[in-house]
Design a protein around this ligand. Structure first.
Ligand SMILES: [Zn+2]
Length: 257
């Protein structure tokens, strides 16, 4: 069975679409540069098949035609190391995962092209850090019992201290996000939700407030906390879904369905 390799023009297109960066979000190595001497360039990139070029290869799809198999739509640009990794069957990358890398990388390059050099570097870096940052954000919220403990077990002042800590931790994570990047937007929205909660409970003395169904201040506190949980729950659920992060423990049970 013949291998359906990419033609040179298809390889060039793939390299260009990726701006010669490796499309693996964890890598992003630049695959082109100058060779020593004055004239020639050095290329270390690799046009990888998403579905294998021949039967028996990784992610081989028997339903593809030869034209589809050789087309740019079936390829993505990687550095040599990542190309090797992806071409090894046992590495277990799925076609969907590689399509996602390619789509996200090309979207990143479009954005990088529209910005200046300094913010481009920042954007590349934050794109590379995004999956672990997203996990950090989810873990920060999951950790706080203010989002899942029973209302009657809550001391309002402890809730305040915990949310204050969360605000502080979120602004620390924000330093690793490029301004306006998706995760930056997520953190800003979370911080805004928490600030809104503080505005609502501001008139109350939280150090003395206790669970009491007959106390209008307690009821207002409870309503504000319920609204906060719901809003943060939605935001975190959406973030977790878009980065395929499984939600854990008691927090996960509180997520609005
Ligand atoms: Zn790479």
């Amino acid at each position: 069975m013949p291998r359906h390799e990419f033609s040179l023009p298809v390889k060039r297109e793939l390299a260009m679409r990726a701006a010669h960066f490796c499309s693996n979000p964890q890598c992003l190595r630049l695959t082109a540069g100058p060779r020593s001497g004055h004239e020639r360039g050095l290329g270390t990139g690799h046009a990888a098949h998403i579905c294998a070029a021949a039967e028996g290869g990784p992610r081989y799809d028997p339903n593809q035609s030869e034209v589809q198999r050789r087309s740019a739509a079936n390829g993505l640009w990687l550095c040599r190391e990542c190309g090797d990794m992806v071409d090894k069957d046992h590495a277990g990358f799925t076609a969907q995962q590689l399509h996602d890398w390619k789509r996200d990388h090309e979207a990143l390059i479009v954005e990088v092209r529209q910005r200046g050099w300094a913010s481009s570097i920042e954007l590349l870096r934050s794109g590379q850090m995004a999956p672990s940052l997203a996990r950090d954000i989810v873990a920060l919220v999951e950790d706080r019992r203010a989002f899942w403990a029973r209302f009657d077990a809550e001391f309002p002042d402890r809730v305040r201290i915990s949310l204050d800590g969360l605000r502080h931790d979120l602004s620390r994570l924000r330093r690793d996000c490029a301004p306006g990047s998706p995760l930056d937007t997520v953190i800003v929205a979370l911080a805004k939700t928490i600030r809104h909660f503080f505005d609502l409970v501001e008139p109350f003395d939280l150090t003395t407030l206790r669970c009491d169904g007959g106390d209008p201040e307690w009821l207002a506190f409870e309503a504000a906390l319920r609204a906060l949980r719901k809003s943060v729950g939605y935001q975190i659920a959406e973030l977790a879904a878009s980065y395929s992060i499984p939600l854990q423990g008691e927090f996960a049970e509180q997520i609005p369905k």
